[in-house]
Design a protein around this ligand. Sequence first.
Ligand SMILES: [Zn+2]
Ligand SMILES: [Zn+2]
Length: 335
Amino acid sequence: MEKMRAMVLRHFMAIEKVPLKSENVNVPKQKENEVLVKVDACGVCRTDLHVIEGELAKRKLPVIPGHQIIGRIVSAGKGVKGRRVRESVGITWINSTCGKCRYCKVGMENLCESPKLTGYSTDGGYAEYVTVREDYAFPLPKGFDAVHAAPLFCAGIIGYRALKLAEVGRGKTLAIFGFGSSARIIIQIARYLDSEVIVFTRDMKHRHAARQMGAKWAGNLHGSPKIIADSAIITAPVGWLVPKALDTVRKGGKVVIEDIYMSKIPKIDYNKQLYYEKSVMSVTNYTKKDIREFLSLAAKIPIRTEIQEFMLEEANEALAMLKHDKLHGSAVLRI
Ligand SMILES: [Zn+2]
Ligand SMILES: [Zn+2]
């Protein structure tokens, strides 16, 4: 059996305790409708942190995390028709969907009843090789190398779905809460679609970056932009941002939460904060249609991603820096 290097999680624990260990494990074997991908780069996402620290419902253990994967197809199962060997592809959080449930049948596979999730219920990209069902391996957009493409495949695609749900567009104002990896992609698309953007973030260098990227206003959470937003996207897993975001949007405004996990939301005052047809909704994954639209937009705009590179063996450090907000750009492991 051929071996590969991988960062393996055997026990859920805080990232400061260095839970990922470098191991030599068997190279996975693709099933009939799957491809085997040699990984070039894998982005580091806050969801990996939630998986490792045991904040999500516990699934596979031991597990190899990582779900913003860029690589080349090195072999394909017998049933593979749409992809070919040597093609460069990106892999995301969804590794496969059932195709049979009520959601899959109507093109809402983001809500599939039994999806396989990369780096969570199936091994992910903190490794030299990974497998994925062929219809969840997406050709890279033109103009991107592996490392710079990695953040598109989670931070980017989730941000794109959040933007669709927030109904941004010409003449609209969008408020973004937090200014990490996903927010930096969201602002580029919102500006491209002619929306005004205001950004709330506690960090001064993030506020500076937001203004440079075209935000009309950027301030901390106590600041008042004197601009009422049409919708808001919350990109940080912080529950008390929800009432704050509701205060920021006008009548009929939408507040979209793009995190898979969030700390407790404090009480909302119905009369003051939710009445007038305001709404709060979450983003759960994305559809294949979302991905196709987003990747073509990423090439067209073109979206720029700022990345900070790490080696595979530095995954624990990269995740700790993400947790403590010490990164400049998106962390990506070069493999
Ligand atoms: Zn992610
Ligand atoms: Zn399904």
